[in-house]
Design a protein around this ligand. Structure first.
Ligand SMILES: *[C@@H]1O[C@H](CO)[C@@H](O)[C@H](O)[C@H]1NC(C)=O
Ligand SMILES: *[C@@H]1O[C@H](CO)[C@@H](O)[C@H](O)[C@H]1NC(C)=O
Ligand SMILES: *[C@@H]1O[C@H](CO)[C@@H](O)[C@H](O)[C@H]1NC(C)=O
Ligand SMILES: *[C@@H]1O[C@H](CO)[C@@H](O)[C@H](O)[C@H]1NC(C)=O
Ligand SMILES: *[C@@H]1O[C@H](CO)[C@@H](O)[C@H](O)[C@H]1NC(C)=O
Length: 792
């Protein structure tokens, strides 16, 4: 697709036509590499350049918001569209784009509680001498959290050039050998939204996190192991980050989950030049902006060129074509569940069990979990962390949806059959205040329809009921804060319940505690909210790249008070691709500590080619909520497999040169790329097709006729070996690998091969996506690349 770059170039002329000539907006002027000796000389040059369009140095100085001087040259300034356009026409300017707001990729759901959410990684050896530095661009950090305790860590790596910047409620003493850097950025946000303090008195001009998102992601990436971490005193377990021995450099650029491009760009400028190894960023714009109008895409390309892997969240839009952070130099992370479910079954008098699994019902923004957790404390105290058996099998005890355990069975009544005098049965079915007849529901479990449940549980309790079953055919946006034992069922269970109620004169039921079931089959499953491909900027690159745990993740939180119980907690459970990204970043950190010389594309390749597309039943990974099989548009190469990624066998490597060829192939001009990279660039003629970027997955958009895709693998094993190709054929095409076998002798040896893709003659002509895979197998390593083809 040629448009990515071209659109960026034409962005301004359109803007100039649309907006008045005198209104100023916040623009970022990006000029790529620079050879100025220091920041001061860059600032001087920026002022002069700006003065040449604005007319005065004074005006220029006042207009500037940021100078980008460390890792690349540029500035951001309040400009009229006309001035912005004049700057865009300058030879040395790569791009000019408006500073827009980006959003945190979290769901804000207060989610379910369980044991250490990343327990499956605990078997990995801890590289205690690791000096890997991970930069986290987010909402800051709560430095007192035990997750940032630096006990046992060696001195701060000498190559780190970052700073612990002091600010409101943040002193030098808040940095340590774990939190080695702390910076913050707010000028861009203020230009857009007004002074921080007028928006929220909670905003602190420092790296201190008052919101939670940043502490959560940072502790997931590289939090120290904390024994007995818990949320509201429950489900004690060891909380730890993916790379507990890595160091964290914090770049706070999110305010109320929003981050302006100008601030984020400054964070990249600093992080790259501070010397971080990996950048973790759970932020994005939706829809994804084209590369040259997007601070994340540009900043992460600069990072890539400096050998820094950028791991970013795909977003929580949950629909096709919504994945963001889709540049090939970014590791784009989707979200999936872990092997844990929440069951709140109903035991009927006829010994039937209505099995209710709540995990799939948790939706973005649902405050369900907090209330559920608050509701059950007493029961949890009865079963601290031990494993008990319930009637459904071995389930470590969790917590309940309801405040009290239902000790025996009670009568059940359909609310519509218990209408108060003068109330229609339809109106009664919603269980609103004073719509039910207390004499009919007293001492019973009431079945209510299509309600949130919390206020209704209050109303039915007032009227004397002992339990509530809420029927929600679509179960969206649940908001439970139940005053009495209760659960939520969907259509299928409601039918069973109805059949039972109709047959029995005195139907009875018992609502079980909500069980946290561990080691549940089938896991992982793709989260409904996880943003999907196809890639809207460069469709030849499959996005997202990978999936990682992002559902119900326990991690550090600023000390807060639970709304209902007034109880303090400093760990919290939330969901989102925001939570998946730091898992991937932490795993990248582990890989980097084992293989310090690996560049970003090698780390990426190792993670992608070893990912699994099977779940813990050995079947294909499914997708919530309907159990449809997931595709590469959901999870890219599959679910991350950290221990396999340490030893991938073969890798697909690509470097800045390859990215130049790729960008040329998508329509970028040599001139743009020259200032971008600071070196002379000639685009090859004919340009390299985007599908020939040596990416660890294979995609061809617009496959009209046969194409040959080229790839090169590098052998990262010892001694002679033979890899044999194995193709899962996509429907309607034939894929042939030449040569079908690759013989390697020595570590580092490279071999190229051809992937001939031949659509069958009778393709219908409808646009269709088909998937397959190529796996290189030497009997020990399986190096898998998904294949995505868009037949037209
Ligand atoms: C950090 O952890 C160590 C070992 O668990 C403990 O002794 C120390 O008190 C902790 N530091 C802080 C500041 O809590
Ligand atoms: C964690 O809790 C268990 C049980 O309450 C206790 O025995 C143990 O000493 C605690 N560990 C730490 C490090 O506090
Ligand atoms: C419910 O209805 C009763 C009587 O109609 C009223 O006194 C009470 O305030 C209502 N409760 C709520 C929470 O609306
Ligand atoms: C409750 O009553 C309504 C209205 O008659 C009916 O549609 C529904 O199926 C009943 N539900 C159950 C669980 O019996
Ligand atoms: C093409 O024809 C073959 C043989 O008739 C058939 O099996 C295949 O499904 C057809 N493919 C498409 C894409 O229609």
């Amino acid at each position: 697709m040629k448009l990515a770059i071209a659109v960026a170039v034409f962005f301004f002329s359109r803007l100039a036509l649309v907006h008045g000539a005198t209104d100023t907006k916040h623009y970022i002027v990006f000029m790529g590499d620079h050879s100025y000796p220091n920041s001061e000389s860059v600032k001087l040059a920026n002022h002069e350049m700006l003065a040449s369009v604005m007319g005065s140095i004074d005006g220029a100085q006042q207009a500037v918001v940021y100078h980008y001087t460390r890792s690349f040259r540029g500035f951001s300034a309040m400009l009229t569209p006309v001035h912005a356009q004049q700057l865009a026409e300058r030879e040395s300017v790569v791009s000019v784009f408006e500073s827009k707001m980006n959003h945190a990729h979290t769901t804000h759901s207060w989610d379910f509680l369980g044991v250490n959410s990343i327990h499956q990684y605990n078997h990995l050896p801890l590289e205690s001498k690791s000096d890997v530095i991970i930069g986290v661009i987010d909402s800051g950090v709560w430095p007192e959290s035990m997750s940032f305790n630096d006990t046992g860590l060696g001195p701060i790596p000498k190559r780190f050039k970052g700073k612990c910047v002091i600010g409101e409620e943040f002193s030098l003493a808040n940095c340590n050998r774990k939190l080695i850097g702390a910076r913050f950025y707010y000028k861009g946000f203020e230009k857009d939204k007004g002074p921080l303090k007028t928006i929220s008195s909670d905003f602190l001009k420092s790296a201190r996190d008052t919101e939670g998102h940043g502490s959560h992601t940072a502790s997931t990436v590289a939090g120290s192991a904390v024994a007995n971490a818990s949320y509201l005193g429950m489900a004690k377990g060891t909380a730890r980050g993916g790379a507990p021995s890595a160091r964290l450099a914090i770049y706070k650029a999110l305010w109320s989950n929003r981050g302006s491009d100008a601030d984020l760009f400054k964070a990249f400028d600093d992080a790259i030049s501070d010397g971080v190894d990996i950048i973790s960023i759970s932020i994005g714009s939706s829809p994804q902006k084209n590369f040259l109008a997007d601070s994340l895409s540009i900043g992460s390309l600069r990072a890539f060129m400096e050998g820094i892997l950028v791991s970013a969240s795909a977003g929580n839009a949950g629909k096709p074509y919504t994945a963001s952070n889709v540049a090939p130099w970014i590791l784009t992370v989707a979200a999936s569940s872990v092997d844990r479910e929440f069951n709140a079954n109903v035991y009927l008098g006829n010994s039937k069990i209505l099995k209710v699994t709540l995990q799939s019902l948790v939706k973005e923004g649902s405050p369900l979990a907090l209330e559920m957790v608050v509701g059950i404390r007493e029961d949890v105290n009865n079963f601290p962390t031990s494993t008990i058996h319930d009637s459904c099998g071995t389930h470590p005890m969790g917590y309940s949806l309801s405040p009290l355990k239902m000790k025996r069975s009670y009568g059940v009544i359909n609310a519509s059959a218990a209408a108060a005098p003068g109330v229609s049965s339809k109106a009664a079915s919603f269980c609103q205040n004073s719509t039910l007849d207390p004499t009919l529901i007293k001492g019973k479990i009431v079945v209510c329809y299509n309600v949130d449940g919390s206020s209704e549980s209050f109303f039915v309790k007032q009227a004397g009921a002992v339990g509530i079953i809420v029927v929600r055919p679509l179960a969206e946006g649940i908001d439970f804060n139940l005053q009495i034992p209760g659960t939520l069922i969907e259509r299928k269970e409601a039918e069973e319940l109805k059949a039972y109620l109709e047959k029995q004169r005195n139907p009875i039921a018992k609502i079980s505690l909500t069980m946290t079931a561990l080691n549940t089959k089938r896991a992982p499953r793709m989260a409904t909210f996880s943003s999907m491909g196809p890639n809207i900027i460069t469709p030849d690159i499959i996005k997202p790249d990978i999936t990682a745990p992002g559902v119900n993740i326990l991690a550090a939180w600023p000390p807060s008070t639970a709304v209902d119980t007034k109880e303090d907690f400093d760990y919290n459970i939330i969901s989102g691709t925001s939570m998946a990204c730091p898992h991937a970043s932490g795993i990248a950190g582990i890989i980097k500590s084992y293989h310090p010389s690996w560049n970003p594309s090698i780390i990426k390749s190792a993670m992608m080619t070893t990912a699994t597309v099977l779940d813990n039943t050995g079947g294909p990974i499914l997708k919530d909520p309907n159990d449809s099989p997931a595709t590469p548009f959901d999870y890219g190469s599959g679910h991350v497999n950290p221990s396999a990624a340490l030893d991938p066998g073969l890798v697909y490597d690509f470097d800045s040169e390859d990215i130049i060829d790729y960008l040329c192939g998508t329509g970028a001009t040599p001139k743009q790329l020259e200032s971008f990279l600071g070196v002379a660039v000639t685009c090859k003629y004919p340009p390299t097709p985007a599908y020939n970027l040596n990416y660890p997955s294979i995609g061809v958009a617009n496959l009209l006729r046969s194409v040959s895709v080229l790839r090169t693998v590098t052998y990262y094993g010892k001694g002679p070996t033979v890899y044999i190709s194995n193709v899962e054929q996509p429907k309607g095409v034939k894929v042939v690998i030449t040569p079908p076998k690759l013989k390697f002798g020595n570590y580092g040896e490279k071999m190229s091969f051809k992937v001939d893709i031949m659509p069958s003659k009778n393709h219908s002509g409808n646009i269709e996506f088909v998937f397959g895979a190529l796996t290189w197998d030497n009997g020990i390593h399986r190096v898998r690349s998904p294949i995505m083809l868009n037949l037209i």
